[in-house]
Design a protein around this ligand. Structure first.
Ligand SMILES: NC(=O)c1ccc[n+]([C@@H]2O[C@H](COP(=O)([O-])OP(=O)(O)OC[C@H]3O[C@@H](n4cnc5c(N)ncnc54)[C@H](OP(=O)(O)O)[C@@H]3O)[C@@H](O)[C@H]2O)c1
Length: 257
């Protein structure tokens, strides 16, 4: 065995939910570059196809998975079909996340149910399906869940998202303790402020943009590719004994006050 750490994902199959853009696509690219076969997921065939084609253009082995992760009734047959077509994923990255920025006063029950369903319940249910398949196929599986520093840190006008993200942090640990003895690990990544498409309006807002930057010791937004190191590490052989951990990638935002 080599003394050098091993960050290769060669021979692994990785499903990244919500990977047509943003952090999901950045993780998919990094996994492809690290040798993994990658499954690109999103709700629209055209956007998934475009991301798969972009991966192929860069020499990566990518496969489409058109599926609304929030459609709980459709999840099991869709995942089954995926496994028959591509094999069972060794690595599952729960990346899908929507945000409905509303105070509790303004939020409707429908808002609450939608966000908690898509961000939390869908990931919990997909974990159940994927873990069963990993165990059946004796895979040394890896779950990596995108939480958020906004799970720990609350701000006015954003009452539902932190609830879902703290729920995901609990899920990271629940999977870690339930499946660790089968060689399956579960960890999380808590991103801070990344300049993804979804954050463009906030980053460019003349009032809110500078407030966000002012709180960050590094005084800049992260590029989406800056999530890659954490995501590859947690999926790699070198993270074999890391389990139940949530790695904060926020430039130090959450340690300031
Ligand atoms: N960006 C940040 O600064 C930041 C900070 C903290 C945490 N996070 C977390 O990191 C994750 C990614 O953030 P992001 O900013 O990259 O997000 P994003 O730019 O909004 O991208 C979301 C991705 O999810 C897909 N998606 C949305 N709903 C879906 C569904 N129901 N089923 C399948 N795919 C779905 C979208 O694809 P289609 O539209 O093509 O379906 C898209 O590829 C999220 O969980 C977010 O909460 C991000």
């Amino acid at each position: 065995m080599s003394d050098a750490p091993d960050f290769s994902l060669k021979g692994k199959l990785a499903l990244i939910t919500g990977s047509t853009q943003g952090l999901g696509l950045a993780i998919a690219r990094a996994y492809g570059a690290s040798g993994a076969r990658v499954i690109i997921n999103g709700r629209h065939a055209g956007r998934v196809g475009a991301a798969v084609a972009g991966m192929a253009d860069n020499g990566h082995d990518a496969h489409p998975f058109v599926c609304d992760i929030g459609d709980l009734a459709g999840q099991a047959p869709a995942f089954q079909e995926l496994c028959e077509r591509t094999g069972v994923p060794d690595i599952v990255v729960h990346n899908v996340g929507i945000r409905i920025r509303k105070s509790l006063e303004d939020a409707t029950l429908a808002d609450m149910l939608e966000l908690i369903n898509v961000d939390l319940i869908a990931a919990l249910h997909l974990s159940k399906l994927a873990a069963a398949a990993m165990v059946e196929h004796r895979l040394q599986g890896r779950f990596i869940t995108l939480t958020s520093i906004a799970g720990e840190l609350a701000r006015p006008g954003d009452a539902i998202y932190p609830v879902a993200k703290q729920g995901l942090a609990g899920m990271v640990r629940a999977l870690a303790v339930e499946y660790g003895n089968q060689g399956i690990t579960s960890n999380g990544i808590a991103p801070g402020t990344f300049a993804t498409e979804t954050n463009a309006s906030l980053a460019n807002d003349p009032i809110k943009g500078p407030i966000v930057l002012g709180r960050n010791p590094m005084a800049r937004w992260a590029h989406p590719s800056e999530i890659a190191g954490a995501a590859v590490f947690l999926a790699s052989p070198s993270a074999s004994y890391v389990n139940g951990h949530i790695l904060v990638v926020d430039g130090g935002f959450s340690i300031t006050f």
